[in-house]
Design a protein around this ligand. Sequence first.
Ligand code: HEC
Ligand code: HEC
Length: 375
Amino acid sequence: MRNHKTIRILLVGFTGVLTLVITEAVAQSKTSSTSAKTAGEAYKNIQVLKDAPAEQLVPAMQFISASLGVGCDHCHVQGAFEKDDKKGKQTARKMMQMTLAINQNNFDGHQEVTCYSCHRGGAKPISIPIISDEVTSLIPPPPPTAPADLPSGNNLVEKYIQALGGMDALKKVSSRVEKGKASSAGREYPVDILAKSPAKGLTVTHLPDGDLASAYSAQSGWQLAPGRPTRELTGTEIDGAKIDSSFYFPVHLTEILSEFETTGIEKIDAHSVFAVRGRQPNQLPIRLFFDQESGLLVRQIRYEPTPLGRIPVQTDFSDYRDTNGVKVPYQRITSRPGRRLVTKIDSVEQNIKLEDSKFEKPPNQSATGQQTSSK
Ligand code: HEC
Ligand code: HEC
């Protein structure tokens, strides 16, 4: 039992996506397909978020934790998330009701006010303005460049595809195998990233106690963690995996997103970037940031929905290198509140034969956890 907990904590630290491993642990007795269920059906003691999709319950919890700057244990007793023993959990329920009511009564039910609006990363909000050391200027900053002077979003997207080598060159790449290292919270592990056109991807991180793998294909996806049964990815996770893939995303960019709107010029590190907002049908928009000089995508921010607010997931791409006629970002940093995963690629092979079976969900394994080989 203790062993399991250590693994879980390690995984949670390793990457935010994996916190969903907990969903499985908690709702284990129930059936594994929680996608169509409500939180009230899938969990034991839900009173406020009853009607939310079950797959959004744990993301909602991550949203709360990030908003208050606390861990799960601030409100939950170990191993029994359903229990109401902690005062924090009882207060949080009242706060949820209050926040939902504020939005209902004042903002037509839109998520304008969230836990973060008041808490700003602290357990106790501050209600009195602070006296700052810096004297704030009374002169407002100059208005941002008027959108009319900026290149259109469509233009910037086209320039990006050109900068990568052009759509023809991108479409000629039938497969890509990347080997590198993934690091988070001071630990580093070997990682293999496989992709095959049109829509298959697999990431295998070799942890000391077994492989951590997640894969997507056109309509489905799965995840495997050491000592846990294989689980299906939720729709949001499958979409997210495709958007985060530097193999899949450029080629399918104009299918995933429609209307591209240039919103301004911003700075990332020392570089000027064009900020573009892309819309997806029935989903939250995605923000793209293109280097003003090279035209390459340097940052992308997508948002995961939860009943209490949106969780931003940011990926930074850098170290673009020419690889058989297309540019590949050899460094990617994926961040979400409180977590960061740095992936550095050492070698890239393209157009090699990859069997479809490599991407298939492995049969369910015993708790000892066999290794999945990606060789
Ligand atoms: C600030 C308090 C707070 C924090 C922090 C918090 N939770 Fe919760 N959690 C709640 C409340 C309140 C509920 C019940 C929601 C309801 O009744 O609608 C809940 C319910 C749950 C449930 C459903 C349990 C069941 O079977 O009824 C799970 C699972 C859960 N939380 C996991 C987490 C995880 C994982 C984290 C850390 C990422 C976390 N929580 C952080 C307050 C919190
Ligand atoms: C409109 C502002 C506002 C919003 C929105 C808000 N809170 Fe609070 N919250 C407060 C204030 C103010 C306090 C402190 C009350 C006090 O000092 O006793 C507080 C206290 C709390 C506490 C008790 C903290 C402690 O350690 O004593 C918890 C837990 C909490 N809020 C959770 C939440 C959650 C979860 C959300 C979102 C669902 C949320 N709050 C949204 C204003 C807000």
